[in-house]
Design a binder for this molecule. Structure first.
Ligand code: SAM
Length: 179
């Protein structure tokens, strides 16, 4: 699904709230995967953070790059084209990792692995619209995948779709255990 184009004002309210909880004594190194057209990347870079923005669609990364360069935060944004269902094309750990409005089990595993010990992982599935519940996680699945490595700090999980689908809308903030 393509993200809304040029949507810089529609920052996830959950993300905004999470960045009040995440300690920000200094500039954070953040991964935004997938980044879409960069609404969160640009919002975070404008607040002084260093952001790596990953998407498989080169139109998206190109747009994020040029929007960053046209603002005063170009030096804080690095754009990478990659398929997050398959790999992370670098070996860096991040203070905070966002995975917003995209879900696959493979990408959840790969993207959450990029959080440094003590760092934060923020996940938000797409809201339920019509028949898209088929692409949403099953209830309990996201927490089950994270629970060995992360402490769940905030969680909002709600059933969507037909009663027997077990699909959920979920958003959560988790902190990776130190060991
Ligand atoms: C609905 S957008 C959300 C983008 C952004 N996180 C946001 O909240 O604005 C979903 C994005 O996922 C990207 N995408 C889909 N499958 C992907 C994959 N396997 N690897 C990397 N990016 C992918 C699409 O190109 C699209 O930009």
């Amino acid at each position: 699904m393509k993200p809304p184009r040029r949507d810089t004002s529609g920052i996830s309210g959950f993300l905004r709230d999470c960045f009040r909880i995440i300690p920000q004594v200094q500039s954070l190194r953040i991964l935004d995967a997938p980044c879409g057209y960069g609404r969160h990347t640009l919002w975070l870079a404008a607040r002084g953070h260093q952001v790596v923005a990953v998407d498989r669609d080169p139109d998206c990364t190109q747009e994020v790059r040029s929007r960053a360069e046209n603002s005063d935060c170009g030096g804080r944004v690095q754009c990478v084209v990659a398929d997050i269902d398959k790999t992370m094309p670098f070996d860096i750990e991040f203070d905070a990792v966002l995975m917003v409005h995209y879900f696959s089990l493979a990408s959840l595993r790969i993207v959450s692995s990029a959080v440094r010990p003590g760092g934060h992982f923020l996940f938000e599935s797409v809201p339920n619209h019509g028949g898209n519940w088929k692409q949403l996680p099953q209830g309990g699945l996201v927490v089950h995948e994270l629970t060995q490595r992360f402490e769940i700090l905030e969680k909002d999980e709600r059933s969507v779709g037909p009663a027997d689908s077990n699909a959920v809308f979920i958003r959560l903030l988790a902190r990776r255990y130190q060991t």
